[in-house]
Design a protein around this ligand. Structure first.
Ligand SMILES: NC(=O)C1=CN([C@@H]2O[C@H](COP(=O)(O)OP(=O)(O)OC[C@H]3O[C@@H](n4cnc5c(N)ncnc54)[C@H](OP(=O)(O)O)[C@@H]3O)[C@@H](O)[C@H]2O)C=CC1
Ligand SMILES: Nc1nc(=O)c2c([nH]1)NC[C@@H]1CN(c3ccc(C(=O)N[C@@H](CCC(=O)O)C(=O)O)cc3)C=[N+]21
Ligand SMILES: [Mg+2]
Length: 317
């Protein structure tokens, strides 16, 4: 009823529209770390139940090739999370000089091992190894990362469901669900189209009846496209690229980006930032995930969940 009523205030003969510029209250922070902890407890209970019923524990094989510091950190976190949930981890740490044949053989050995229900080959692999060849060698029923082309193909098809959904996008959807964000009928924008995050995230949103636009490095006018979205999943790997001005008021923002930027005030010399400018976006969005403590912990929780489900399918199909 107030629409169309202009508030004009005369200031010394000068008439200006008085704009009361007020910052919106900050967004709710979606606590991925806490949600992941809850899920990990749920998994632990299911693992205990499996032990009691079948005298078997789920097993996860983690293959790492080379000495990349970040990969080692992630792999250590995954193995620790497995141990806490009662999932047995099978470690295969291979030197960067390993041949493609050797890595392939490691995968084949785990394919044949009945105590292994999930196989994860940490990416990226050294340049002389063809990632796709390795990923396609993983048994479909043990593909807990969901990176096998047949799993991705099923993800893209109407009326089909893959055996495994990639962990990071699955974690993004779980965060939306557990934060009571409706996906159906919403406009969504995914920034990034990688095989491991952006593309599968877009497929999942679309399967849940969102209308999805994928923005990538060749997209003209990315800002105005992102600004139309009710739900934004940012996975470009570009520190703080999504500014407050890119975000529609009240949008829900899931920030996958994990970028390390130099920070002399930290004892490590760096800190992690997302793909969203958190301090700006939090005053525009209604809900937002932090980095760290948002999507990252969910990725690990979903890995455990996929491994548990793989084992459950084998013992109680
Ligand atoms: N929290 C977690 O669990 C995980 C976090 N990550 C993080 O998520 C981010 C993305 O990872 P990943 O998908 O593997 O990265 P990739 O580098 O494989 O893909 C990045 C994608 O973003 C697009 N892109 C890059 N810059 C821009 C830009 N300025 N504007 C629009 N699009 C852009 C690229 O476009 P194009 O295709 O045209 O090159 C590409 O599709 C990284 O920060 C990574 O560290 C990744 C995995 C798990
Ligand atoms: N085969 C394969 N599967 C993967 O799932 C896979 C991979 N390769 N290669 C690399 C990316 C990256 N990734 C992350 C996992 C956890 C956090 C995570 O837990 N991050 C914490 C912070 C961690 C820290 O402090 O360094 C957080 O955001 O709170 C981040 C990133 C999985 N990946
Ligand atoms: Mg390679």
């Amino acid at each position: 009823m107030f629409a169309g009523v202009a508030v004009a205030v005369g200031v010394g003969g000068f008439v200006a529209n008085k704009v009361i510029k007020k910052k919106s209250p900050p967004a709710d922070i979606i606590d991925g770390k806490a949600i992941a902890a809850t899920i990990r407890l749920e998994i632990k209970e299911a693992v205990n139940a499996m032990q009691a019923k079948y005298k078997k524990a789920p097993g996860l094989a983690v293959v790492i090739v080379g000495e990349r510091k970040d990969s080692q950190t992630y792999v250590r976190m995954k193995r620790k999370a497995c141990a806490e949930a009662g999932i047995v981890s099978f470690d295969k740490d291979m030197p960067a000089s390993s041949t493609q044949e050797e890595v392939l053989q490691a995968v084949k050995d785990f394919n044949a091992n009945p105590n292994v229900h999930g196989i994860l080959v940490q990416l990226p692999l050294p340049k002389h190894i063809d990632e796709q060849t390795i990923l396609e060698a993983i048994s479909l029923s043990k593909d807990v990362d969901g990176f096998h082309p047949l799993n991705i193909g099923a993800l893209a098809m109407k009326g089909r469901d893959p055996l495994f959904v990639p962990c990071t996008p699955k974690g993004c959807i779980e965060l939306l669900d557990r934060s009571n964000v409706e996906i159906k009928g919403k406009i969504a924008a995914v920034v990034g189209r990688s095989n491991i995050v952006g593309m599968p995230a877009a497929m999942l949103l679309q399967k849940r009846d969102a209308t999805v636009t994928i923005v990538h490095s060749r997209t003209p006018g990315a800002e105005s496209i992102v600004k139309k979205a009710d739900i934004i999943i940012a996975a470009a790997g570009s520190a703080e690229m999504v500014k407050g001005s890119w975000v529609k008021s009240g949008a829900v923002v899931i920030d996958v980006g994990t970028n390390s930027v130099d920070d002399a005030t930290k004892k490590t010399g760096y800190r992690l930032v997302g793909d969203c400018a958190f301090e700006e976006v939090k005053f525009v969005a209604s809900k937002i995930t932090p980095v760290p403590g948002g999507v990252g912990p969910m990725t690990i929780a979903m890995l455990l969940k996929n491994c548990l489900e793989g084992a459950q399918r084998m013992y109680a199909p």
